[in-house]
Design a protein around this ligand. Structure first.
Ligand code: ADP
Ligand code: ZN
Length: 604
């Protein structure tokens, strides 16, 4: 029905955008010409347009397969706001609602249909789709076919039958998962061997990566939030439920709008907290990793980790939830000696065969490596995901404030030697006491005041030693025993260092520079004080529509669109249409109200 539009017109008229991003246009052409594609794009890269626009232009309904049922309602809401005829089909609908969707499919009055994989695989669904024109199949989160033990794997594997049942319908598989093996497996499992691959870089340049030493994590968090993200939406990750609850309650005391989220809360509470995070401005969710999968909120401005993730994959995925709208966002983490010891210990105690343990250990090593490096964090992250050729980024803590190092060879040898002399079974605190020559009962009882390393470390204080031990454990020069309470012992790697055959540079732990320039999101930064009133008035206007229509504010307009309105002050419909994110449908629905706000502001 919209067959007369070009992709460019659809982009402008429906979505309100002026330019395609790389490589959206090429992907759209492939689909329009009936060919299959495999798309690998980072989160926030703009995958959806790649199938939504062909779905609008091609005859018939585009079927989008996604496991993220909780997301479908919001996706469909956002599309309907744009005037797109979209619906979804999954187990959350009542039988009556499902019948309505089926009826609209039958009379060809849908452009896009989101469907859960298990639903699509049902014989009745396949029969129905065979009887109507289908524009394309988009298989989102396509990495589900490759991950062992993934909840949706079985259903995703069955999607291979699409090529047999619908040989003439183009298919596009999309994922944000990086590695080449996964891509090959997707192609194989989904019968996409002939598909052109579109692989976009993984860099998220708008995310600022910062990892800092844990001293007083709550005060550090408070300072970070107050200075940089006063009324922003963000996620704070903690490892345990207890810590989630405590941290959320504490943030509320400090005046933040913070909510807990973890698997121990009732489904209703979780749903409500997630909903508030999505629908309201400036809500902080404190969560275990249970939160985030399927959160598609574009204006998350910060991700905090109060505990270390277990792998760089997890870190990148979690931090990747920030800044999907392309505006500046911060990934901020604190970690310390205890985190390192605990994770090393957990790993050692973990069940599983040797191979599994080896992989887990390698992943943890990579995570700890990122924490301890003194060069560009982004460079290291991208390198880990197989992407080289980036220069130092200028937007991570290591680039912003180069990390000083010192020759820690001598200190490390003392530390390792002390581990050895005390029998390789004591924890860090005890070892430091010995190095500093403390006269504790325990040391006397053990006769450790008589050994050669007793009191040889007085040139450093306790904190400095803690830093030495942390770095030695993190970098694998000391192993943690899981049978004792964090007892340390030597390993293969220790030897060369102990013997003096190897030297080691250690980072000097500095507090985060207190004079770090206050960074706000570009939108807020760009709103000068004189424009604050208009900005607030526009946000208020957006909030009203968002409440009335029961959708998230960004579904009405993104912050970036409001910011452009503040800048350009459009006074009529034609001018308003030049604003990014304002298409025909939104112009009709909201144009008058927003123009009114701007005119009033200009007049007064
Ligand atoms: P992904 O699914 O890859 O994570 P989305 O499809 O949700 O990313 O797009 C991320 C954001 O970028 C959305 O807010 C979307 O509206 C915006 N976007 C996508 N393509 C364009 C474009 N060509 N011009 C402007 N904004 C775009
Ligand atoms: Zn950098």
């Amino acid at each position: 029905m919209t067959a007369t539009l070009t992709p460019e017109q659809a982009l402008k008229d429906v979505f309100g955008y002026d330019y395609f991003r790389e490589p959206q246009r090429e992907i759209i052409t492939e689909l329009l010409e009936g060919r299959n594609c495999l798309v690998l794009m980072p989160t926030g890269g703009g995958k959806s347009l790649c199938y939504q626009i062909p779905g609008l232009l091609l005859p018939g309904v585009a079927i989008i397969v996604s496991p993220l049922i909780a997301l479908m309602q919001d996706q469909v809401d956002a599309l309907r706001e744009l005037g797109v005829r979209a619906s979804f089909l999954n187990s959350s609908l009542t039988p009556e609602e499902q019948r309505e969707v089926v009826a609209s499919l039958r009379d060809n009055s849908l452009d896009l249909l989101y469907v859960a994989p298990e639903r699509l695989n049902q014989e009745s669904t396949l029969q129905l789709l065979k009887s109507i024109p289908v524009a394309l199949f988009a298989i989102d989160e396509a990495h589900c076919v490759s991950q062992w033990g993934h909840d949706f794997r079985a259903d995703y594997l069955q999607l291979s039958l699409l090529q047999e049942v619908f040989p003439d319908v183009p298919r596009i598989a999309l994922t944000a998962t990086a590695d080449a093996n996964t891509r090959e497996e997707i192609a194989l499992r989904l019968g996409l061997q002939d598909a052109r691959h579109f692989v976009s870089g993984f860099d998220r340049p708008n995310i600022q990566y910062r990892i800092t030493q844990k001293q007083n994590p709550r005060q550090q968090l408070l300072r970070f939030l107050r200075r940089e993200h006063e009324s922003d939406a963000g996620i704070v990750y903690c490892l345990s439920r207890r810590k989630v609850d405590d941290t959320a309650a504490w943030l509320v005391q400090q005046g933040f709008d913070a909510l807990p989220y973890h698997a121990g809360l009732s489904a209703a509470t979780r749903q409500e907290n997630q909903q508030r995070f999505l629908r309201e401005d400036g809500v902080i969710v404190v969560a275990t990793i249970a939160f985030g999968m399927g959160i598609d909120k574009p204006d998350v401005r910060f991700i905090v980790h109060l505990d270390l993730p277990k792998s760089l994959e997890a870190y990148y995925q979690e931090t990747g939830r920030a800044g999907r709208d392309g505006e500046p966002a911060t990934a901020w983490m604190v970690y310390g000696l205890q985190d390192v010891i605990m994770l090393r210990q957990m790993m050692d105690a973990s069940q599983g065969n040797e191979k599994f343990k080896r992989i887990e250990r390698a992943k943890l090593d990579a995570m700890l490596g990122l924490c301890e490096i003194t060069s560009c964090r982004r460079h290291a992250l991208l390198h880990y995901f197989g992407e080289d050729g980036h220069d130092a980024c200028g937007n991570c803590d290591a680039c912003l404030a180069p990390v000083p190092t010192w020759d820690g060879t001598e200190a490390s040898r003392k530390a390792l030697s002390c581990v050895y002399r005390t029998g390789q079974r004591f924890g860090v605190n005890y070892l430091i006491d010995v190095l500093l020559g403390a006269d504790s009962d325990k040391i006397i009882q053990n006769d450790h005041h008589l050994i050669s390393t007793y009191g040889i470390g007085k040139e450093l204080n306790g904190n400095a030693w803690r830093s030495v031990f942390r770095q030695l454990v993190a970098r694998g020069y000391l192993s943690v025993d899981h049978a004792t309470y964090g007892g340390l012992h030597l390993n293969e790697k220790s030897r060369a260092l102990l013997k003096g055959e190897e030297s080691i540079a250690l980072r000097i732990d500095v507090q985060e520079p207190s004079s770090k320039p206050q960074r706000k999101s570009r939108s807020k930064q760009a709103v000068a004080d004189a424009d604050k009133d208009l900005w607030e008035a526009l946000r208020q206007c957006r909030k009203q529509f968002s409440d009335e229509n029961d959708v998230a504010p960004y579904v009405i307009f993104h912050d970036a669109s409001l910011m452009e309105m503040v800048h350009y002050r459009p006074l009529n419909e034609a001018q308003l249409l030049t604003i990014n994110g304002v298409g025909q449908s939104k112009l009709e629905k909201y144009g008058a109200a927003f123009l009114q706000v701007i005119r009033e502001h200009e007049g007064g």
